[in-house]
Design a protein around this ligand. Structure first.
Ligand code: FUC
Length: 796
C-alpha cells in the first residue's frame, strides 16, 4: 500500500475509533466495557451462587469501605460493604475433652490405626458448638461477613441511550460511566477515599439542569432508614448467632448539588434539575479489633464527622487527596510485557478471547496490576485484612462466611504485599495475628494444655481460634505457624527492627505452642506434629479406610521448620540468645524433614499412603518450595526434583482446578525454574477462573486467586528466598521482551529489570540499607557491597 494510501487509511481508522467514544481508554491499565451491569437483576438468595451481573460490576475500596459499581443507565446500583459488617459474636468453642483423648489418638496413630484415630479425633478434638456452621455461619456465633447494603439511584428515565462506556482506571482507582441520552452527555465518576473515609460519586451533564434522580439505601434484612441533618441514614444491628443482636452499623448519605433542588423523606434523597451532584457516603460499625469485647467504636459520630469534613471540601480537593494517597502506593511498580498494540476490545470480550488465544500479554499486565489494586483497596493500614472476598460481598450468607481461612487462603492474599512493593498493606494481617494471641492462648491451654497460642484453619473477626467442626479440615494445627511466617517475611523485606521487636512475643508464643505440641516418633526418634491433617486432603489407610488424621504430615513439619527458622533469625537480629532460643534450635534440628517416596515424589504424609484424590486442590506438602524456603534449587536439588514430580502428578490428575490452586502453581513452578509450566498455570487462571470483572473464581467468587496470580507473575521475574536475588528465574518464551520496575527483594532492595530476545539486558538494584548484594542471573553470580541508597547497575 503506497504511503498516501496508508496515510489516508490511518486517518480513516482514527476517525472511526476516535469518534466512537471520546472516553475510550488512554492507558492499558483500565478495565472497560461497552455495556452496563444490570442494576435491576435480583441477587440469588443462595449465598453460594454467584450473581452474574454483580460479577460485571467494578470494585472500589479504601481498605474498610467497599463498593461495586454496576454502571447501569436508568437505575444505578452501588453495592456497598464495610469491612466489619459481620453477624455473629464472641463465643467459646474450645473443647476441654481434646486434652484427655490426645495421648490415645497419638498411640493409635503410631500403631497405624488411622480409622480409629480419625473417629476419636472427630469425637474429641473438633470444636465445641457449631464452629463455622460448615461455611454457612451467618446465623451461628461464628457469623459471616456480609453486604452493608445498596445505594440505588433511580433516574426515572427509560429513554434510549448511546455511546455507552464504563471503566475502572487502576492508575486513579476511579470508576466512570458515560453515555448520551436525549442529546445530553452524562458522566459519573466514583471513588472511595481513604484520607476522607467516604465514597464520592460525582454526576455531571454537558447541559444545565439535566440531573434528576432519587437515591435510596437498603439491605436484605435488619435495617431502617431515616433522615437527619439533610442526610439519608441507614442503620441497624446484626444477629449474634445466639438469638440476639450484636454488631451495630450506620451508613450516611449526603448530596452536594450545584443548581436544582434537593429534598429528603424518610426513605429517599431526591435531586431535581441539578447541573452537578456530588454524593458522599460514609459507613462504620461499633466494631473494634480487641479481644474479648470487640466493640466500642463510636460509629455514629465517626460517620457524621466524615460526612461533614468531606462536604466541606470541593470535588477537586477530594479527588486530589485521594489520588495523592492511592498513587503513592500504586505507582511504585510498573510492568511492561510487550510492545504489541493493546487489544482494543472491552475487558469482558478480552477474557472470552483469551480462553481461545491463551495469549494476551497486556491482559497479563492488567491482571498483575489488578491484584495490586485489589490489595490496596481491601487492606489499608489500620483496617481489617482482606478476607476470602477481599472486602466485597453482596450477600447475607457469603461462601465460607468470607472468613479468614488460614490453611492457604489468607496467606495467599498477602503473597504480593512485599515483592510487589505494598508492604504497608501487610499491616492489617499482623494486627489480626496479634489480636489472636489471647484467644489462641486460651485454646492452646484448654484444648491441649500447651503454652503459647494456636489457631486452626479458620478465624473470624470475633477471635475464633478453636479447631473446625470436622476433623478432615478442622484439625489443621499448622495454621498458626504458617500465618506467623509472614512476620519474618515482612522483616526480611523491610528490615524494620521496631516491627520485629513488637512482634517477637507473638512469634515466641507461636513457637512455644509447637515446642509443647511436638512429640518424638517412636520409630524415628524425630519430632513430629499431630494428630494433624494435610489440609483438607484424604488418604487410604492400610485397612482401606479413608482417613485424614496422621502424625507428622509433611505440611505441618515444613511450616513448623519455617517458624522455628524465622524465630531463630528474629532472635539473632534482636541479639537474643536464651534457653528458649536454644531449645528451638535443637527442636528444629530434630524435626522430621521432607522425604522422597518410592515413586520419586515428595511425600505428603510420613508414610506412603495411596491418595483418594490425586488431583487435590491443596498442595500443602509443597509449602517448603513456596512460600517457604526449606526446599530450593540451590541448596536441595533432589527434594526440588521430587517436588516437581509431585506437582506434575497433581496436574496430570486434574490438580489446579480452583482459582487459588492454579494461582499457587504459578509460584511453585517459578520457584522450580519451570517458566513454561508457570505460564501455563497463569493461563489456566485467566482462561478458567476469571470473571468478567476479572474477579478470581474458586468458583464461586474468591479473591485469593487474584492475589496469588499477581504474586506468581512477580515470582517468575524476581526471586530472593534462597539468599540470592535471582533475576528472571522463570521467564517464558511468550514474554521475549519487557521491563519491570519497583519490585522488592529480601534484604531491602528495589529492583528494575529490562530484557529482550528472552535475555536480560540490564538490571538496577537499589539498597535500602548497607549490606552485601548477592545477585544471580542464570549461571552468572555477582556480589557487591552497597551502602544505603546506593544503586548497582547490572548488565551482561
Ligand atoms: C479451603 C479450600 C477451599 C476454599 C475454602 C475457602 O477450605 O480448601 O477450596 O478455598 O478454603
Amino acid at each position: 500500500m503506497k504511503f498516501n494510501q496508508l496515510y489516508l487509511f490511518a486517518a480513516f481508522l482514527f476517525l472511526v475509533l476516535g469518534c466512537q467514544n471520546a472516553d475510550q481508554p488512554k492507558s492499558d491499565l483500565k478495565l472497560w466495557y461497552d455495556n452496563p451491569a444490570n442494576a435491576s437483576a435480583e441477587d440469588d438468595k443462595n449465598g453460594w451462587k454467584d450473581d452474574p451481573e454483580w460479577l460485571k460490576a467494578l470494585p472500589l475500596g479504601n481498605g474498610s469501605l467497599g463498593a461495586m459499581v454496576f454502571g447501569d443507565v436508568n437505575t444505578e446500583r452501588i453495592q456497598l460493604n464495610e469491612e466489619s459488617m459481620w453477624s455473629g459474636s464472641v463465643d467459646d468453642n474450645d473443647n476441654p475433652e481434646a486434652r484427655e483423648a490426645q495421648l490415645e489418638i497419638r498411640r493409635l496413630l503410631f500403631e497405624g490405626k488411622y480409622k480409629e484415630a480419625t473417629q476419636l479425633t472427630n469425637k474429641t478434638q473438633v470444636c465445641k458448638g457449631a464452629g463455622s456452621g460448615h461455611g454457612n455461619g451467618s446465623t451461628v456465633p461464628f457469623g459471616c461477613f456480609q453486604t452493608l447494603g445498596d445505594l440505588r439511584i433511580d433516574f426515572h428515565n427509560e429513554a434510549e441511550y448511546q455511546n455507552y462506556y464504563r471503566d475502572l482506571d487502576l492508575n486513579t482507582a476511579v470508576a466512570s460511566v458515560s453515555y448520551t441520552q436525549n442529546d445530553v452527555h452524562f458522566k459519573r465518576e466514583i471513588f472511595t477515599s481513604y484520607p476522607d473515609q467516604v465514597l464520592v460519586a460525582r454526576f455531571t451533564a454537558d447541559k444545565p439542569r439535566q440531573l434528576s434522580f432519587s437515591c435510596s439505601l437498603d439491605r436484605p434484612e435488619y435495617f431502617s432508614t431515616t433522615t437527619e441533618d439533610d442526610q439519608l441514614i441507614m442503620s441497624g444491628a446484626l444477629v449474634d448467632g445466639k438469638g440476639g443482636k450484636n454488631l451495630e452499623y450506620m451508613a450516611r448519605l449526603k448530596a452536594v448539588n450545584k443548581g436544582g433542588e434537593l429534598a429528603y423523606n424518610n426513605s429517599e434523597l431526591i435531586v431535581r434539575n441539578a447541573d452537578e451532584v456530588i454524593l458522599l457516603l460514609s459507613a462504620s460499625t461499633d466494631y473494634v479489633l480487641k479481644y474479648p469485647e470487640y466493640k466500642g467504636r463510636d460509629y455514629k459520630s465517626i460517620t457524621a464527622k466524615n460526612i461533614e469534613k468531606a462536604a466541606a471540601k470541593s470535588y477537586k480537593q477530594l479527588l486530589a487527596d485521594h489520588l495523592t494517597e492511592y498513587q503513592a502506593y500504586f505507582s511504585r511498580v510498573e510492568l511492561d510485557l510487550t510492545p504489541e498494540e493493546i487489544n482494543p476490545v472491552p475487558t469482558d470480550k478480552r477474557i472470552a478471547q483469551f480462553k481461545e488465544s491463551q495469549h494476551d500479554n497486556h491482559l497479563v499486565e492488567l491482571m498483575f496490576q489488578y491484584g495490586r489494586y485489589l490489595l490496596i483497596s481491601s487492606s489499608r493500614p489500620g483496617c481489617l485484612p482482606a478476607n476470602l472476598q477481599g472486602v466485597w460481598a453482596n450477600k447475607i450468607q457469603t461462601p465460607w462466611n468470607a472468613d479468614y481461612h488460614t490453611d492457604v487462603n489468607v496467606q495467599m492474599n498477602y503473597w504480593p504485599a512485599e515483592v510487589c512493593n505494598l508492604s504497608e498493606m501487610h499491616e492489617p494481617l499482623f494486627d489480626l495475628v496479634a489480636s489472636l494471641v489471647e484467644p489462641g492462648t486460651k485454646t492452646a491451654q484448654v484444648q491441649y494444655g500447651n503454652r503459647g497460642w494456636v489457631v486452626h484453619p479458620i478465624t473470624n473477626i470475633w477471635g475464633y481460634t478453636s479447631p473446625g467442626e470436622a476433623a478432615s479440615w478442622g484439625m489443621h494445627t499448622g495454621a498458626s505457624a504458617w500465618i506467623a511466617t509472614h512476620i519474618a517475611e515482612h522483616y526480611r523485606f523491610t528490615g524494620d527492627k521496631e516491627f520485629l521487636k513488637t512482634m517477637y512475643p507473638v512469634l515466641k508464643g507461636a513457637v512455644a505452642f509447637y515446642l509443647d505440641w511436638l512429640v518424638e516418633d517412636p520409630e524415628t526418634g524425630k519430632l513430629v506434629s499431630g494428630p494433624a491433617v494435610s489440609p483438607e486432603n484424604t488418604f487410604l489407610a492400610p485397612d482401606g479406610s479413608r482417613c485424614q488424621i496422621s502424625m507428622g504430615p509433611a505440611h505441618d513439619q515444613e511450616v513448623i521448620w519455617q517458624l522455628f527458622t524465622d524465630f531463630m533469625l528474629a532472635s539473632d537480629e534482636l541479639g537474643i540468645s536464651d534457653d528458649f532460643v536454644k531449645q528451638t534450635t535443637e527442636a528444629r534440628a530434630n524435626l522430621a524433614g521432607p522425604k522422597i517416596g518410592s515413586d520419586g515424589r515428595l511425600m505428603e504424609w510420613a508414610h506412603e499412603f495411596p491418595e483418594v484424590e490425586p488431583g487435590h486442590r491443596h498442595i500443602s506438602h509443597l509449602f517448603a518450595v513456596h512460600p517457604g524456603e526449606q526446599i530450593n534449587l540451590q541448596e536441595t536439588p533432589d527434594l526440588a526434583a521430587a517436588a516437581k514430580k509431585s506437582l506434575d502428578y497433581r496436574i496430570e490428575n486434574g490438580g489446579g482446578h480452583t482459582g487459588w490452586s492454579a494461582a499457587w502453581l504459578i509460584s511453585q513452578y517459578a520457584r522450580l525454574g519451570e517458566a513454561e509450566k508457570a505460564e501455563h498455570s497463569l493461563n489456566t487462571v485467566l482462561a478458567k477462573s476469571t470473571s468478567k470483572n476479572l474477579f478470581g473464581q474458586h468458583p464461586p467468587f474468591q479473591m485469593d486467586a487474584n492475589f496469588g496470580t499477581t504474586a506468581g507473575i512477580a515470582e517468575m521475574l524476581l526471586q530472593s528466598h534462597a539468599g540470592v536475588i535471582e533475576l528472571l528465574p522463570a521467564l517464558p518464551a511468550d514474554w521475549p521482551a519487557g521491563k519491570v520496575s519497583g519490585l522488592r527483594a529480601r534484604g531491602g532492595y528495589t529492583v528494575d529489570i529490562v530484557w529482550a530476545e528472552g535475555k536480560l539486558t540490564s538490571a538496577k538494584i537499589t539498597a535500602d540499607r548497607d549490606g552485601t548484594l548477592k545477585l544471580k542471573y542464570k549461571d552468572v553470580d555477582s556480589e557487591k557491597d552497597l551502602k544505603a541508597g546506593e544503586t548497582f547497575h547490572f548488565s551482561l
